[in-house]
Design a protein around this ligand. Structure first.
Ligand code: GAL
Length: 417
């Protein structure tokens, strides 16, 4: 880690709110994958606030939902000795890059602003390497959501949002009968894996999810419960339209928006799309958690890479301070569809889906039902996640049996460890 005397700068930044810190200078090249309508709006809030704070923002967007393309680009940049200043990067990936000596810390900003006191401890731990903050969290996204078109559900005679997978299948059958695509889906590996993990939670519950997708327990991976999860995933395959292959997630959201599809199963960045299109929750679209009484956690963060030069280092500190400021956490998350990572930001301005996310999060923490997203890189190393994505996508696009899928998944995971 680079050492740099940042006390004076950190104090300057800490003393100013993000929108008035015009004396703080600095440059940040920010690599991210927020290119859909809602995502671009949210990252635009970050750029505007950074510039209002006196910084120079260099935008490096790498299109591709879920961030797989961005992570490939990042590796190339680091190997070439030219890392970006800050990268949208999360979960165990932060530790992996820190282990390679690729990160700078922003600990003086974190200390002087008291980050430890305002972050959930589990999230704070993910942001630290050897006790020092190397990343700052912007949000808490929930992955296990149904998004639905009230108009499509009404046409098909579906009265309530499903609370079990059997209820979902019954609703989907009614939509099929009414000639409406039941499930808007984009056939990309990370989207297939998103469906898969939500189904695993619903079929097996949080403890099973943790054994199979976090602890990588061989018995859980090969179990009849996993076979049952693949059976449900096979059902979902029957509910997507013929053109799902390769479709971007936000185009699937647009199908629900237009009432062409009944449901989408996607994290609450989908809500960012609805909101960016001027849609109102509870009226133009509906949200409800997928079955399982859990909460699949995905938290976006910016990680600070090993750049040199006072201007870049100042940029990192300004960005770190800004990201964690309460005003910014509110503005950003209102656009992104998520809720603030800081625990002390009021949710009064947030909609009913966000309120639900927040109350379910607290309930899940209390009942030990909070689980990290495998598909969104919160749970396991990238190499093992890759095995899940490959197998799940192959299953989704073939006639592989559920038993074969569970056995092959267990073998692939064992090999990758
Ligand atoms: C997730 C990320 C979200 C959203 C989504 C689709 O992995 O955490 O912020 O951007 O990908 O791109």
């Amino acid at each position: 880690m680079q050492s740099f005397n940042r006390i004076a700068l950190a104090a300057t930044i800490a003393g100013a709110s993000w929108c008035t810190a015009a004396s703080a200078q600095g440059t940040a090249e920010v690599l991210h994958w927020w290119t859909s309508g809602g995502e671009a709006k949210a990252v635009g809030e970050l750029k505007d606030a950074f510039e209002a704070g006196g910084g120079t923002w260099i935008d490096s967007p790498i299109a591709g939902g879920g961030g797989d393309a961005a992570m490939t680009a990042l590796r190339a940049r680091v190997v070439a000795g030219n890392p970006p200043t800050a990268v949208q990067l999360k979960g165990p990936g932060i530790q992996e890059w820190a282990n390679e000596g690729a990160l700078n810390d922003v600990n003086e900003v974190a200390q002087s602003e008291g980050w430890d006191a305002v972050l959930p401890p589990a999230l704070a731990e993910i942001m630290k390497y050897e006790g020092e903050y190397v990343a700052a969290p912007v949000n808490i996204h929930r992955v296990d959501w149904f998004w639905a078109s009230p108009e499509a559900l009404e046409t098909a005679g579906v009265r309530d949002m499903p609370t079990t997978w059997d209820e979902f299948n019954a609703a989907a059958d009614k939509l099929l009968e009414a000639g409406i695509t039941p499930l808007a889906h984009g056939g990309q590996p990370w989207q297939d894996a998103t469906l898969f993990e939500d189904v695993v939670l619903g079929i097996g519950g949080p403890d099973f999810y943790r054994s199979a997708l976090v602890d990588l327990d061989q018995d859980a991976l090969k179990s009849d419960t996993m076979v049952a999860a693949f059976d449900q995933l096979r059902k979902l395959r029957g509910y997507v339209d013929p053109n799902f292959s390769g479709r971007d997630w936000n185009l699937a959201t647009a199908m629900v928006m237009r009432g062409e599809a009944g449901f989408q199963i996607m994290g609450d960045w989908a809500k960012g799309e609805f909101l960016a299109a001027g849609k109102v929750p509870g009226e133009d679209f509906l949200c409800a958690p997928t079955p399982g009484n859990g909460f699949v956690l995905n938290s976006d963060s910016f990680t600070f890479f090993n750049v040199a030069g006072e201007d870049n280092l100042a940029g990192q500190q300004l960005l770190a301070s800004l990201i964690m400021s309460p005003d910014f956490q509110e503005t950003f998350n209102l656009a992104k569809g998520s809720i603030p990572a800081r625990t002390d930001v009021s949710l009064d301005a947030f909609d009913e889906c966000a309120q639900r996310s927040h109350s379910d999060l607290i309930a899940a923490i209390e009942s030990n039902a909070l689980v990290p997203s495998m598909a969104h890189e919160m749970a396991i190393p990238r190499s093992v996640r890759g095995e899940f994505l490959d197998l799940v996508t192959e299953f989704f696009n073939s006639d592989m049996s559920s038993r074969d899928a569970a056995d092959r998944l267990a073998d692939a995971v064992l090999r990758a460890q």
